[in-house]
Design a protein around this ligand. Sequence first.
Ligand code: ADP
Ligand code: MG
Length: 257
Amino acid sequence: MAETFFEAHGLTKKFGGLTAVKDVSFTIGREEIVGLIGPNGAGKTTLIRCILGILRSDSGKVLFKGKDITRKRSWEVVQLGIAGTFQVVKPFRRLPIIANVMVGCLSPRARKRGEWVKRCEVKARDALEFVGISDMALEPASVLSHGDLKRLEVARAISTEPELLILDEPFGGLSPAETELMAKSIRRLHKGGRFGRLHSEGPAMLIIEHKLSELMKIVDRVVVLNFGEVISQGTPAEISKDPKVIEAYTGKEVLIA
Ligand SMILES: Nc1ncnc2c1ncn2[C@@H]1O[C@H](COP(=O)(O)OP(=O)(O)O)[C@@H](O)[C@H]1O
Ligand SMILES: [Mg+2]
């Protein structure tokens, strides 16, 4: 049997007396886009921070292409091919936009190959072109609108050429038009091709998002968290009918418009 592309097994993360993530298990296939949803405070951001090596989980395992990456540091996780964007965007505001992207792809591995700056610049330019802000590459990041900062985040992540891309609320704070544009970029990226110099095939994805009607149009499968636990998994159609999911969302958010 082929190994599973990505697997989380029984991940648990506590903050003092609070168990933010509790015994979470799920998989992502190489070709899949998986949505991660749940009410505010459900543990979504904490879960992906554990996967990305930003937080250390208390127990459980993360396997990527059969390799145990549970205790890897964040930069090692990026080198292995998993990159993420963050819910709260914090660029180096006075540095040029392109430098903000290059921060992500200047890796020790690139240095060993003697490609330290040049290759990284090419990748950064490609990534900025992909998200549509390459004409502003030399401006300081402070000129960017919130919507463009979200695109800068995506550029920074994809410039590392991930095989798994994790997005934390990519539509957060975007207008309907900007949301549509971001959704299009995500689909195009997943298909591969146009971002061709860097990717022959697009990355698998894990996407956290509150704008559920937009998210459901993009994802193959959904994992639902509530109080740190997985309460449901399945296709958008399946989870939207699950009584446990409906109950978790009652009076909070509209599940599917
Ligand atoms: N660094 C932290 N220290 C203490 N508690 C935290 C920390 N980060 C998150 N939490 C708590 O963990 C729970 C899950 O938070 P979070 O993962 O941000 O949820 P979500 O992203 O689903 O909204 C919340 O109760 C939150 O207050
Ligand atoms: Mg969050």
